[in-house]
Design a protein. Structure first.
Lengths: 129, 419
């Protein structure tokens, strides 16, 4: 089993003149093709007037995973880091970092995606109320 | 044999090794399609809008075509219709990209009605977004309709859309047949095991070794295009093993869609035997496993995966250990096998047996009459009978799926109630 923290960010597009982004970090133990146990989930919201660049995305992810009591390799989709080479992004994080590869990692990122997307929807709904 | 020149544009700052591997794969694909590769050309630059590669490189290519009498230019990179038109005008030679090459291979090897329809669908879906440009390029000088206000574009596009929907309908009805066949097989007590993996990983050789069959095996990409299913006995359990078409890097989504009914064999299996060629370098195996995970991940339900490190006879034990341990995070339940020398086949069967859907083991008492005997014969077909004792009644110790046991229990409880 491998310990990973799968991260996904929703809302990287401008809406009502600002970017409302929700970052979800899922701490899980996985095998190559299954998510064995989800240990913890943390979500954080971020607002920005400008589109996020790579250092900002890294900061958002670091902020979100700092709320977790878990150590593991940070895993994201390559698109989240603007398809920059893995070695470059790896050097920007404090812990280990890699892009998604196995079925287990992809499934874990899918969970993070659903969490961040639904929390963002909830935030927008609350705002409108 | 037609002569072909291979061209690849590499992205600046991209990995040199993977560029070489991709060009080698294109060469293998061209070989599979029956082309004689006479020259290769690469250029490192950002994609050009007019020719994909630079203007000077295209002139160089035109000279090379004339010198070598080439019949085709094959690009690794995906080309737009305008790029194909521009390059073929400059070089006076037919131009195609990797996807068209794959389609050509599929088209020449498609034998069944279903695979022919799949190839046609893939070709049409590839052509659809280009339909308007194709017509406007071909009819550049012509202005159709009254005062040149009409257009060919829409009618051609509509025609393609119509054909696509007709083929999809036909494929859907064919798929229904295979779904009901699959359900029927499962209800008969068969477990479905599918061989999946990168193209040329040795899936068909492994298939032949496991079921002692003679499907076509070649050291070539895309030898298998139509799934073949054969019966296999794994330690008392009946299994249907299916050999499928291999995966390839950068296979576009429309193509995956077109071959969905073929890939469904993988997605709906109980166990997937993910086959890799262990004689290749570690990085190459990793890349190929990545492609497999990427193709399967969204569709694969709760199938178990057994990773088969095939062609183990080609490397030493240390190298094999290095590959299996190094790829642990991508290769669940690894088994080393050589389909050629039959090494490790028993271990593979052991691993298969471990992951087959769980069957319940129970003892049932049946009446010693015609009805009871016919039930016994039915059970022998669908269950693993561990022990059977014939006395006043029939005591049978068996292992089967719930549905089969329930059916036998109905007869058993009726008999026990009567007595």
């Amino acid at each position: 089993m491998f310990d990973i923290i799968a991260v996904d960010i929703s809302g990287r597009h401008k809406e009502n003149g600002q970017y409302l982004m929700v970052c979800a970090a899922v701490a899980a133990s996985i095998t190559a093709h299954h998510v064995e146990k989800v240990n913890q989930i943390n979500i954080r919201s971020f607002r920005s007037k400008n589109a996020p660049d790579v250092p900002m995305v890294v900061k958002m992810i670091e902020d979100t995973i700092s709320g977790l009591d878990f150590t593991g390799t940070i895993v994201t989709e390559a698109g989240d880091m603007y398809n920059k080479p893995q070695w470059l992004i790896n050097s920007m994080f404090q812990g280990k970092f890699k892009y998604q590869e196995s079925l287990g990692e992809r499934r874990c990122i899918e969970i993070a995606h659903h969490v961040s997307l639904s929390s963002r929807k909830l935030l927008l709904k609350e705002q409108n109320v | 044999m037609k002569n072909a020149i291979l061209v690849k544009r590499n992205d600046p700052r991209s990995d040199g090794e993977s560029n070489d591997r991709q060009l080698l794969e294109l060469k293998h694909l061209a070989d599979s399609a029956g082309y004689n590769v006479i020259a290769e050309m690469t250029q490192t630059r950002h994609p050009g809008r007019k020719y994909q590669v630079g203007r000077g490189k295209v002139d160089e290519l035109a000279e090379l075509v004339q010198e070598n009498n080439a019949d085709k230019i094959i690009f690794y990179n995906q080309l737009s219709t305008t790029q194909i038109y521009n390059i073929s005008e400059t070089c006076s030679c037919q131009v195609m990209d990797k996807f068209q090459l794959i389609l050509e291979i599929f088209a020449t090897r498609a034998t069944t009605a279903r695979s022919k329809l799949q190839v046609e669908l893939a070709r049409l879906e590839y052509e659809l977004p280009k339909a308007k440009t194709i017509v406007s390029l071909l009819k550049k000088e012509e202005r159709p309709g009254f005062m040149g206000l009409g257009g060919y574009e829409d009618s051609y596009e509509r025609d393609i859309k119509g054909r696509i929907s007709r083929i999809k309908k036909e494929l859907k009805s064919m798929e229904k047949d295979s779904v009901s066949l699959r359900e029927h097989r499962q209800s008969m007590g068969f477990s479905l095991v599918t061989l999946a993996g990168y193209t040329n990983a040795g899936k068909s050789t492994l298939f032949n070794a496991l079921v002692e069959e003679n499907t076509t095996v070649k050291d070539m990409l895309f030898t298998t295009l139509v799934p073949t299913t054969r019966f296999l006995k794994v330690m008392g359990r009946d299994v249907l093993l299916t050999d499928t078409v291999g995966f390839i890097e950068d296979l576009p989504h429309w193509m995956v869609d077109a071959f969905r009914s073929t890939l469904n064999e993988i997605f709906l299996a109980d166990i997937v035997l993910l086959t890799v060629d262990s004689s290749e370098p570690l990085e190459s195996i990793r890349n190929k496993l990545l492609v497999c995970h990427e193709t399967m991940w969204d569709e694969l339900l709760d199938a178990a995966i057994v990773t088969v490190f095939n062609k183990a006879d080609k490397i030493t034990a240390e190298e094999l250990y290095e590959r299996i341990s190094g790829l642990g995070y991508l290769a669940p339940n690894p088994v080393a096998v050589s389909a050629k020398t039959a090494f490790g086949l028993d271990m593979l069967k052991d691993e298969l047996r471990k992951h087959l859907p769980k069957w319940e083991r129970t003892s049932i008492v049946l009446p010693m009459n015609e009805e009871g005997m016919s039930m016994v014969s039915w059970l022998f077909d669908r269950a693993v009978v561990h022990n059977i004792v014939y006395s006043e009644n029939i005591e049978i110790d068996l292992e089967a799926m719930d549905r089969i046991i329930n059916k036998a229990l109905i007869l058993s409880s009726k008999y026990l109630d009567d007595n």
